[in-house]
Write a protein that binds this ligand. Structure first.
Ligand code: SF4
Length: 689
């Protein structure tokens, strides 16, 4: 090789965008990122990636990166040393804890950061700041899915792997748009559908790309999925198509559950969902005629007042038909962020230690108290939603948030900004000066995945290592180092030399990760938790037993909750979601020139019928108004949406177009996940074309 080629480094990393967890080599020369090279050994993706994983890395070398700590002085931010910034945080938080009590502090973790960083953050919050007021952004998306699964099968993760989905005879996708949100996973489904005659049913308000290819696209009224899913289940019981052997041997609560679905007759379902009886019967027949069914779902299900209950109904249907514990079956909530699974797994939740062990359980808490040599708070803390309310009530006065653009992605952001302004002391740690950072008292510069090592856990519960590619830019630091330094400023004596040591500690404390170690995760090796002490992992869950002490699953009766209604004046339904090129609000992808060029601004999708009625064309400028706020956007007329349903992508760092100016503070009744998808608006035309 020439001298030139000698200087090219190839380092294995894992994508920082979505939960599919693609891994690949990153080719660099000095700080230049030359190429992303997937390898056949990559467990989730093989040689595939999508546009974000392949081209979305300009943000790492962006001029806009934060490279030095900032402290607010009056209305300006001034540069500070790490020592000044961390001393100030330690002093403020420790004195607030002293004066107002530990629960006057709130902490929000990042599902973009590593498992080790999340582990260390929860250790700092619990052992030093003495509170369980701790949460991560799965509260905005997937907590209802996890909760629905914990109720029924006892483990809140995907039942199997992406490969297992490809092996199913029938795949049902509910309220998800994998072609844009989980592109490489969608490719697997599309291939199986084409080559192996896999059947595909998509239930969605929008004719997304997968819906367009499906054997069957059903379009229920917004927020009524629980009803048609339960009607399918009842119809299956009525026909005697349930898997009696499976129910007898492996499932509790069958009789009570069977009674609870009595009300979901075909007539009732037809009335509430707007689907025909034939539609519902066809779905039941497809399940009955398939050897294995997988159900995939995402935010279209979870972000509703009844998000947890609908997720539960999905698990119930799979249990009744014996669709767990075999390849090509099971429940697949599609995780959004690269490490949204891992952030919760490693304990940044108000009620769970790592591995979903309850904080109230004395024996479990005792294990951590002994290891950390400190008493720990006994009661579950406040979640993201409750923290905002507690700030408004002046109960929470100090907050620390890392790698989370809460000021754009929480619902009803005008209200959230008011809360930020009320905080006495607010720390934001990020790679960019985010919208949220504008409200901070101290801003700490962190390093993205390419500048550190660690592990991420993808939607399959698969833990994968990423290696350090570049040095941290300027004075930025990996998040775990920042937590360690802050903890030590507060009197701890932590001496972690590397993330591997943090993982060892997590493995020694949480049984779900007992056999996880960096040694077992070298290069393309990976482990799907639970992992026993000997390193045996579990790609496919529930083969022998479910996640309850008696090993049996539980059918869990649920009822339908009517979606939130804003009032007659707000006559249009507004849906929102992702687009392929951008990721979330776009803090990272917006810094990639190729991507901003392709997908500059969100457009409001309007149906041809509605466009005609309002006399508008593509390019029209409209103002949308809800009871909570207003946005101004341009229109794209498309038959992806029907009649009075609108669709606005969530990707914008421009507040004028931010969909969360419109969303409300209503939420899933079980988990407080905002009901982002239950939004009514009115539309005023500002320019017709
Ligand atoms: Fe990254 Fe997801 Fe695209 Fe894979 S599918 S490259 S994990 S964004």
């Amino acid at each position: 090789a020439s001298m030139r080629e000698d200087r090219i480094e190839r380092t294995k990393s894992v994508c920082t965008y979505c939960g599919v967890g693609c891994s690949f080599e990153v080719w660099t020369k000095d700080r230049d990122i030359l190429k992303i090279q997937p390898q056949p050994d990559a467990p989730a993706n093989g040689i595939s990636t999508c546009v974000k994983g392949k081209f979305g890395w300009d943000f790492v070398n962006s001029d806009e990166r934060l490279t030095t700590p900032l402290i607010r002085k009056d209305d300006r931010f001034v540069e500070a040393t790490w020592d000044e910034a961390l001393s100030l945080i330690a002093e403020k938080f420790m004195s607030m804890k002293e004066q107002d009590g530990s629960d006057a502090l709130g902490f929000i973790a990042s599902s973009k950061c590593s498992n080790e960083e999340n582990f260390l953050f929860q250790k700092m919050v619990r052992s030093i700041f003495q509170t369980n007021n701790l949460d991560n952004c799965s509260r905005y998306c997937q907590t209802p899915a996890s909760t629905g699964l914990m109720r029924t099968v006892g483990i809140g993760g995907d039942s199997g792997t992406i490969k297992d989905i490809a092996n199913a005879e029938l795949v049902i996708v509910v309220g998800a748009n994998p072609s844009e949100s989980h592109p490489v996973l969608a490719t697997r489904v599309k291939r199986a559908h084409k080559l192996h005659d896999q059947k595909l049913v998509v239930a969605d308000l929008r004719k997304n790309e997968l819906a367009d290819r499906a054997d069957f696209h059903i379009h229920p009224e917004p927020g009524t999925d629980l009803v048609w899913i339960s009607a399918v289940t009842k119809y299956i019981f009525d026909q005697g198509w349930e898997d009696s052997e499976f129910l007898n041997n492996r499932v509790n609560n069958v009789d009570e559950y069977k009674k609870s679905v009595e009300k979901f007759t075909l007539e009732y379902a037809e009335e509430i969902t707007g689907l025909s009886k034939e539609n519902i019967i066809s779905v039941a027949e497809l399940i009955h005629n398939s050897k294995g069914t997988c159900i995939l779902w995402a935010m279209g299900v979870t972000q509703h007042i009844g998000g947890t209950d609908t997720s539960t109904a999905i698990a119930n249907l799979l249990l009744v038909t014996g669709n767990f514990g075999k390849e090509g079956t099971g429940a697949y909530p599609l995780r959004g962020h690269n490490n949204v699974q891992g952030a919760s797994d490693f304990g940044t939740m108000p009620n769970f230690f790592p591995g979903y062990e309850p904080v109230e359980d004395e024996e479990i808490r005792g294990r951590y108290e002994k290891a950390w040599n400190v008493d720990l708070p006994k009661e579950p803390g406040l979640n993201n939603h409750q923290v905002v309310e507690a700030i408004m009530d002046e109960k929470v006065k100090g907050m620390y948030l890392f790698g989370e653009e809460m000021g754009l992605v929480d619902s009803n952001i005008n209200y959230v900004h008011e809360a930020f302004e009320k905080l006495e002391f607010f720390v934001v740690q990020d790679i960019f000066f985010s919208k949220t950072a504008q409200y901070a008292d101290v801003v700490l510069p962190a390093s993205p995945s390419l500048e550190k090592e660690g592990t991420f856990t993808n939607t399959e519960r698969r833990i994968q290592r990423f290696y350090q590619v570049l040095e941290p830019l300027g004075n930025s630091k990996p998040d775990w180092k920042i937590f360690q330094e802050l903890a030590n400023k507060c009197g701890a004596d932590w001496k972690y030399d590397s993330p591997a040591e943090i993982m060892d500690e997590a493995a020694s404390l949480a049984p779900a990760f007992a056999g996880v170690s960096y040694k077992r995760l070298e290069n393309w090796e990976s482990l799907c938790w639970p992992v026993d002490k000997d390193g045996q992992d579990t790609p496919l869950l529930f083969e022998e037993s479910f996640g309850f002490p008696d090993g049996k699953a539980r059918l869990f009766p649920v009822d339908w909750s009517k979606p939130y209604e804003a009032g007659d004046e707000f006559d249009l339904h507004l849906n929102n979601g992702r687009i392929l090129e951008q990721f979330h609000e776009g803090n990272m992808t917006n810094k990639a020139e190729g991507i901003t060029h392709k997908a500059p601004n969100p457009w409001l999708e309007v149906s041809p019928e509605l466009a005609k009625e309002r006399g508008i064309e593509t390019g029209a400028l409209v103002r949308l108004e809800s009871p909570y706020g207003k946005v101004k956007v341009r229109v794209l007329v498309t038959d992806n949406v029907k009649s009075k349903e609108l669709y606005l992508p969530m990707n914008t760092v421009d507040e004028v177009k931010a969909v969360n100016k419109l969303t409300s503070s209503y939420h899933d009744k079980d988990t407080h996940t905002p009901n982002y998808k239950e939004m009514q608006v009115k539309m005023e035309v500002l320019e017709a074309d």
